[in-house]
Design a protein around this ligand. Structure first.
Ligand code: NOJ
Length: 448
């Protein structure tokens, strides 16, 4: 057995990271528009004001995707582009943009996968308390309804939230992402509960409006890789435990709620009094059935069992290969991450992001040679294939990213794309890895 015949080979992006046109055609501001304009928040002092100018160049970008044989495109919708105030009046020009993009994709037979929330909360809602204001769950439902009514005749795959661990952890706990807050656990739990309720309301709205819809929820996953067969149980237990580190970055905290309708006992025990009032109705809403799990996997850790039976992280040896951003290259994370998730939740899995940042540049021959990325992708995809062969139900793989883009607090200093973007000219150059990915798609991964 290998990748299934209808395996989805895709590429992913997110609105704020590529669109630009931050104040054009009636778009409202998001928390990222505000955050990047504060001196010192972004390491290279850049903003997403222009980014990859995808708002004006989407046709070229879609054509490049078609040339590479990409079957599906995961992109996010900018909430404040279609609802400038987050709620209330709809901005028709925003709707038009996404309609044009979707139609252009379909013209080439590329399946759209829409992420509803990839971190760019409308600033107007932030001013009203954002995720701390309980009304936000209704605002998110209204936004989802508008998306579903306008695009649901052509878009059938939706992801409600992207990496809640990161946008809450970095945005509201560590403060390095928008809106730059450092909140106490009580407020954080309140935010998380509202996000999960908003997810549930969005699932209901999508099911009501979109026929044959498939809905997922995407986690930031850092799998623990057992170094021997004797370490598998310890790795699995630690991977799904929320006890180590902060609950907000844990995976089971979010997925147990969404899939089992229950927060994990270890978090309830550790933070009991800090939880907001939770009703049975809340948990039913939060655990509305979904169709797939999305996992964003880049790195993780090797672990072994210690003398007490618990998993202990093993630091990579000096000189262990790393990507430009400094993340350890651990291809087995794609095997163990998908295996552990599938064993626990029994839902189809998409790798909604995987890829690497590298020190890419244009060579004298005018091309962008990125052998390290090809090697990275090759190794990770081989591990994914192994997981498929061992029985995990894996429906697709989206490479992060289609284009080099705005890497949040790191600005433009990290390049994750299969297509190089020369920002001053906005010229696009397909990297060697893009052409390599094309052959993988053509062979449905049989050439790996
Ligand atoms: C996860 C996020 O979803 C995406 O926005 C980010 O650019 C990549 N990881 C790389 O850090």
């Amino acid at each position: 057995m290998s990748f299934r015949k209808d395996f989805i080979w895709g590429a992913a992006t997110a609105a704020y990271q590529i669109e630009g046109a931050f104040d054009e055609d009636g778009k409202g501001r998001s928390i990222w528009d505000e955050f990047t304009h504060i001196e010192g928040k972004i390491s290279d002092n850049s903003t997403g004001d222009i980014a990859c100018d995808h708002y004006h160049r989407y046709k070229e970008d879609v054509r490049l995707m078609a040339e590479l044989g990409i079957k599906a495109y995961r992109f996010s919708i900018s909430w404040s582009r279609i609802l400038p105030n987050g709620t209330g009046e709809v901005n028709q020009k925003g709707i038009d943009f996404y309609n044009d993009l979707i139609n252009e994709l379909l013209k080439y037979g590329i399946e759209p996968y829409v992420t509803l929330y990839h971190w760019d909360l409308p600033y107007a809602l932030h001013l009203k308390g954002g995720w701390l204001n309980d009304d936000i769950t209704d605002c998110f439902e209204q936004y989802t309804t508008i998306v579903a009514e306008n695009f649901g005749d052509r878009v059938k795959n939706f992801i409600t939230f992207n990496e809640p661990q990161v946008f809450t952890g970095c945005g509201y706990f560590e403060g390095c992402h928008a809106p730059g807050y450092k909140l106490a656990d009580k407020e954080l739990l309140h935010i998380c509960h509202n996000i999960l309720k908003a997810h549930g309301k969005a699932v209901r709205a999508l099911r009501r409006i979109v026929s044959d819809v498939k809905i997922g929820f995407t986690s930031a996953s850092s799998p623990l890789v057992p170094v021997s067969d004797n370490d598998v149980d310890a790795a699995r237990n630690a991977f799904f435990s929320s006890g180590k580190g902060h609950f907000i970055f844990s995976e089971a905290f979010w997925h147990d709620a969404v899939i089992f309708g229950k927060y994990p006992d270890d978090v309830l025990n550790a933070y009991g009094d800090d939880f907001p009032k939770i009703t049975e109705k809340d948990m039913q809403l939060i655990s509305e059935p979904i169709d797939f799990i999305g996992l964003n996997i880049y790195t993780g850790s090797y672990v072994k069992t210690n003398k007490d039976g618990f998993a202990e992280r093993i630091r990579c040896s000096p000189g262990h290969p790393r990507t430009a951003i400094g993340w350890d290259i651990i291809p087995e994370t794609l095997y163990w991450g998908t295996k552990f998730y599938y064993d626990r939740y029994r839902l189809p899995i998409y790798i909604t992001e995987n890829g690497m940042s590298a020190h890419d540049c244009i060579s004298l021959d005018g091309k962008v040679h990125d052998p390290n990325r090809i090697d990275y992708l090759d190794r990770y995809l081989l591990e994914l294939k192994k997981s498929v062969e061992d029985g995990a139900d894996i429906a697709g793989y989206f490479q992060w990213s289609l284009l080099d883009n705005f890497e949040w607090a790191k600005g433009y200093s990290e390049r994750f794309g299969m297509i190089y973007v020369d920002y001053p000219t906005q010229n696009r150059i397909v990297k060697d890895s893009g052409y390599w990915y094309k052959t993988v798609i053509e062979n449905n991964g049989e050439n790996l």
